[in-house]
Design a protein around this ligand. Structure first.
Ligand code: HGY
Ligand code: MN
Ligand code: MN
Length: 414
C-alpha cells in the first residue's frame, strides 16, 4: 500500500475472510454454501451480527437480500457496496464473499477513523447470485431491482423440488416486502476477476467496463428407450448418442464463430439413467455468452435451427426452453473514471476490461450509476475449490473500494 491517508485494516479483513472460509467447507479449500442452505444461513447469521456490531441499521427484504446502512451527515441517496455470500456447489472462498466482506471492512474502517460521510453508506449481501441451486442467477438483485417478480422468484425450485419461498422461510430470512431499489447514488462491487487477464498482464486492479450478455437455455432430446443388449445399433434412437453429436457440433461452431464466444454445457440429466437401458431422454443446459449482443443472438438463432435439423433428420424430438437472458451491461463512465483515478492515486496498475462472469452489479446498473473493481485470480480460475487471490491484491482492491466510496461521497454523479 502506498501514499494514502487511510487504509483498511487488512489483518481484520483477513480474519473476517478466514471465518467465512470456515462455513460450508469442502475438501480442497473450497466452500459449498448454496443459496438458502443451512451453510448459507450460518454465514448470514454471522454477517448479520457483524453488521450489528458495526452499528448498521439492518434491513432484510422479501428476497432475503441483507442490507446494513451507516447514516451520513445528510439525508442524501446512499452509496451501496456489496456482492453475494452464496457459492457454487464446488465453490471457492473468494467469489462474491470478498465483495461483501470488503464492504464490511470499509464500514469498520470509517468507524475506526470516525469519518462521518455526507451520504449514507449501505452494505449488501444479495441472495442466490450464483443461480446454482435456484436457476437463474442473480435472483436476489434481479428481484430487488424489479426485474423478477416475487411470484417468479418464490416459485423457483431446486433439484429436490424445494421452492425458493419455502427455503427462504426455513432459514428465517424472508423479510418484509419492499418497493424496488431506487434513488441510489452509486453501487460499487469488488470482485475477483475469475479470468486470466490481470494476472497475465501483471495488472493490480481491473477497472470493469461492464458485464457480457448471456443466455441460459435448456434442451430436451427425446429418442426411444430399449434394452442395452439385444437392440441392434442400427435400430436405436439413443438420445445420448444424438446429444453427443450435438455437443461436438456446438463446440466446433463456437470455436469457429468467435474467440470471445463462450458455450458451456454445465448440467445434464438422462433417463432412465441405468447401465442396461438405452437413454430415451436427455435434458441439458446451455450457457452462451458474448460481449456483443448481436453476435450472441445470431449464434443462438443459427444454432437452434441447426440442432432442430439434426434431430428431425433422425426422428428425434428436440424442445428448447429459454431460461434466462441478459444483454451486455455497460457501466457508468463516470464511475469507471473514478475507480481508475483512485487506483492510480494509490499507485496501482490498472486494466479496463469486461466481465465474462455475471454479477449483481449487472442489475444494479439498470437503476443507478454502477461500477466494479476486479482483483487478480491466481491462474485465472474460479468456480473451483482452489480459487485463490493474493493478500496484497485483496488489500489493494479493498483500499480502492474505500477511497472510491470517499471520492463518490464528495462528488456529484448523474
Ligand atoms: O454465472 C455467472 O457468471 C455468475 O458466477 N453467477
Ligand atoms: Mn460472483
Ligand atoms: Mn460465481
Amino acid at each position: 500500500m502506498k501514499n494514502t491517508k487511510i487504509n483498511i485494516d487488512f489483518n481484520r479483513l483477513k480474519a473476517t475472510l478466514e471465518k467465512s472460509s470456515s462455513i460450508g467447507t469442502i475438501p480442497g479449500d473450497g466452500l459449498r454454501r448454496l443459496a438458502l442452505s443451512e451453510e448459507d444461513k450460518k454465514m448470514r447469521d454471522i454477517f448479520l451480527n457483524w453488521m450489528k456490531e458495526a452499528g448498521l441499521e439492518i434491513r432484510i427484504d422479501e428476497f432475503g437480500n441483507m442490507f446494513g446502512r451507516r447514516a451520513g451527515k445528510a439525508n442524501l441517496t446512499p452509496i451501496m457496496i456489496g456482492s453475494h455470500l452464496d457459492t457454487q456447489p464446488n465453490g471457492g472462498r473468494f467469489d462474491g464473499v470478498l465483495g461483501v466482506l470488503s464492504a464490511l471492512e470499509v464500514i469498520r474502517t470509517l468507524n475506526d477513523q470516525q469519518i462521518e460521510t455526507n451520504r449514507p453508506i449501505e452494505v449488501v449481501n444479495f441472495t442466490n447470485e450464483e443461480g446454482a441451486r435456484f436457476e437463474p442467477a442473480l435472483l436476489g438483485s434481479g428481484g430487488a431491482t424489479g426485474i423478477f417478480s416475487l411470484d417468479y422468484v418464490y416459485s423457483r425450485t431446486d433439484i429436490d423440488g424445494k421452492t425458493f419461498d419455502s427455503e427462504l422461510e426455513h432459514i428465517g430470512y424472508k423479510g418484509e416486502k419492499q418497493s424496488p431499489l431506487s434513488n441510489i447514488h452509486a453501487f460499487i462491487e469488488l470482485h475477483i476477476e475469475q479470468g486470466p487477464i490481470l494476472e497475465n498482464e501483471k495488472k493490480e486492479i481491473g477497472v470493469v467496463q461492464g458485464v457480457k450478455g448471456m443466455t441460459w437455455m435448456e434442451l430436451k432430446v427425446t429418442g426411444s428407450g430399449g434394452h442395452a443388449g439385444p437392440t441392434p445399433m442400427n435400430l436405436r434412437k439413443d438420445a445420448l448418442m444424438k446429444v453427443a453429436n450435438m455437443i461436438v457440433y456446438l463446440e466446433e461452431k463456437a470455436k469457429q464463430w468467435d474467440e470471445n464466444l463462450s458455450v458451456t454445457i454445465g448440467r445434464m440429466h438422462l433417463s432412465p439413467g441405468v447401465v442396461n437401458c438405452i437413454p430415451e431422454e436427455v435434458v441439458f443446459s446451455l450457457d452462451i455468452r458474448h460481449v456483443k449482443d448481436e453476435i450472441r443472438e445470431q449464434f443462438i438463432k443459427e444454432t437452434k435451427q441447426d440442432l432442430q435439423d439434426m434431430c428431425e433428420q433422425e426422428q428425434f424430438q428436440l424442445s428448447i426452453t429459454d431460461l434466462w437472458q441478459v444483454s451486455t451491461t455497460h457501466f457508468h463512465s463516470k464511475i469507471i473514471k473514478k475507480i481508475k483515478e483512485v487506483a492510480e492515486e494509490l499507485d496501482l496498475s490498472t486494466r479496463e476490461l469486461y466481465s465474462g462472469a455475471g454479477h449483481d452489479a449487472k442489475y444494479m446498473s439498470d437503476i443507478c450509476p454502477t461500477g466494479m473493481i476486479f482483483l487478480p485470480s491466481i491462474g485465472g480460475i474460479s468456480h473451483v475449490e482452489h480459487e485463490l487471490s493474493l493478500d496484497s491484491d485483496i488489500e489493494n482492491a479493498a483500499n480502492v473500494l474505500l477511497h472510491t466510496v470517499l471520492k463518490l461521497d464528495n462528488e456529484q454523479i448523474k
